[in-house]
Design a protein around this ligand. Structure first.
Ligand code: GAP
Length: 456
């Protein structure tokens, strides 16, 4: 990551180069929603594909699902979300800004362990220490209230007869409720995993920092169902696999660290985050949780379905433990972009911005650039050939130098230039994004050359 990188610089690059736009921009935006543009959607899709490849495709004990976002409301009673998925919130009566009570304390008193405090204790602490509003400086708070984080909507067409339904705040419940279905249809033997990628929604009190915390985001979640005796080993193996995965995506080890949780949910046996050194500092990137048999026991209780597993080898019947690995696709995209960014000083005194994405993650693998417009017919032939295999960009406007810079800024690993020699001998120039070195290749050799370089 470039030391000069700030979140504002990244947001500006994302906006000007088609990675990410403000949601509903022409209406003045809609706070903390973001739209992935033509470049960003490719990057995010490549990140999701990489995750799926590592954790589903290459793992014979993992199965994918794509569960409905709207679930039976009883699911959220069983999961505990209806009763307790809320944050302590308070409003400044002077400027109307809203804050999380725990954040307010944490920011001023770094040594205080807010996780251990009740709402009443937080209230007392804020009053006693006269913590002022970070926005307007007044001490004029409403009492702390619990702010529900689940978005509610209703189902039913007759006024007055509507049922409350929730937009899911996490995808994993779709994995728990399909435990029996997947086990039966895939003849799966414990330990096995169910994974999915999908949208989640949270009415966050303090969203912000670009893609870091939003109200609508994608999660990539995996639940490993296992025997209690092997659960701790599996937990540790997912810690390693999760770390290896983000390193393979290009995040450097000095920007990554584990954070083991000291305070655990009453049912949990262990939990940790992997934190990444974002432009806003060290923050959670993903979570790995040993959840005991809490999830399946609760769904058994609330649904009335026996979710025990009968081991065909030992005849032992037991409720599997769950090891959960959960990572936000948008948050990971933010980390990948932050890591890739570089403002590189060139020998000629100029500076270029380059996104050093790993080639398999790059939005476009290759850009086809005719040196002059009258070479476009040949260039389009090359585009037609390569675009059957890879996402390609085509650009014939402006000086070649400017076109290279634009491709550097969106992280395209290879630029293929068509010049007058191409018409003579069917060769092209291939420019490498990172070294800026150029080689000459036959058009017929391009596909295998690029395919080799973008393997994951
Ligand atoms: N099922 C477990 C679960 O949802 P979590 O720690 O609340 O655990 C997992 O979320 C991951 O989802 C986080 O580590 C983060 O990457 C991502 N995430 C959570 N809330 C988010 C938000 N508001 N915006 C973007 N990503 C979020």
């Amino acid at each position: 990551m470039d030391n000069n990188l700030t979140m504002d610089k990244l947001v500006n690059l994302c906006k000007s180069r088609g990675f990410v736009f403000q949601g509903s921009e022409i209406y003045g935006g809609f706070a903390n929603t973001w739209d992935f543009g033509p470049v960003g959607v490719e990057l995010k899709n490549n990140i999701k594909k990489a995750w799926w490849k590592k954790f589903v495709q290459e793992d014979p004990s993992a199965y994918g699902v794509d569960a409905a976002i709207l679930m039976n409301p009883r699911v959220w009673e069983a999961s505990g979300h209806v009763a307790s998925f809320s944050d302590p919130q308070l409003d400044c009566k002077s400027c109307k800004y809203r804050f999380r009570a725990d954040n307010l304390i944490e920011e001023k008193f770094k040594d205080v362990d807010v996780e251990k405090m009740t709402t009443e204790e937080m209230q007392k602490f804020i009053d006693e220490h006269k913590i002022k509003c970070p926005h307007c400086g007044n001490f004029n708070w409403t009492p702390i209230r619990q702010f529900k984080l689940m978005f509610e909507t209703s189902r039913g067409t007759v006024e007055g007869e509507k049922d409350v339904v929730y937009l899911r705040p996490e995808t994993c419940q779709g994995e728990y409720v399909n435990f029996l279905n997947v086990q039966r249809t895939m003849r799966a033997k414990v330990p096995f995993a169910i994974a999915q990628i999908g949208k989640s929604f949270r009415n966050e009190i303090t969203p912000g920092n670009f893609l870091f915390r939003t109200v609508e985001f994608e999660q990539m979640e995996l639940q490993m169902f296992c025997h209690p005796n092997e659960s701790m080993e599996i937990y540790k193996s997912y810690k390693d696999r999760a770390m290896k995965f983000v390193e393979e995506l290009g995040l450097s080890s000095e920007n990554l660290r584990f954070h083991d949780h000291e305070k655990l949910a009453h049912y949990a046996k262990a939990a940790c985050d992997i934190q990444y050194n974002f432009p806003i500092g060290w923050q959670e990137l993903n979570g790995i949780h040993h959840r005991g048999n809490w999830d399946l026991s609760r769904h058994s209780e609330f649904s009335g379905k026996n979710m025990e597993y009968l081991d065909p080898y030992t005849n032992e019947k037991f409720l599997p433990n769950v090891i959960e690995y959960s990572i936000g696709a948008d948050r990971l995209t933010l980390a990948v972009m932050s890591e890739a960014y570089e403002e590189e000083k060139l020998d000629n005194g100029e500076t270029r911005v380059v996104m050093h994405f790993k080639p398999f993650l790059a939005p476009f693998k290759v850009a086809i650039l005719p040196l002059q417009k009258n070479l476009s017919e040949k260039a389009k032939e090359v585009y037609a050939k390569l675009s059957k295999e890879f996402m390609c960009d085509y650009d014939e406007a402006g000086s070649i130098g400017k076109r290279y810079r634009r491709q550097d800024e969106i992280g395209t690993p290879f630029c293929v230039t068509i010049d007058f020699d191409t018409l003579e001998d069917d060769t092209v120039t291939v420019r490498d994004r990172d070294s800026m070195e150029q080689i000459r290749l036959k058009i017929e050799a391009l596909t295998s050359y690029i395919a080799e370089k973008i393997k994951f």
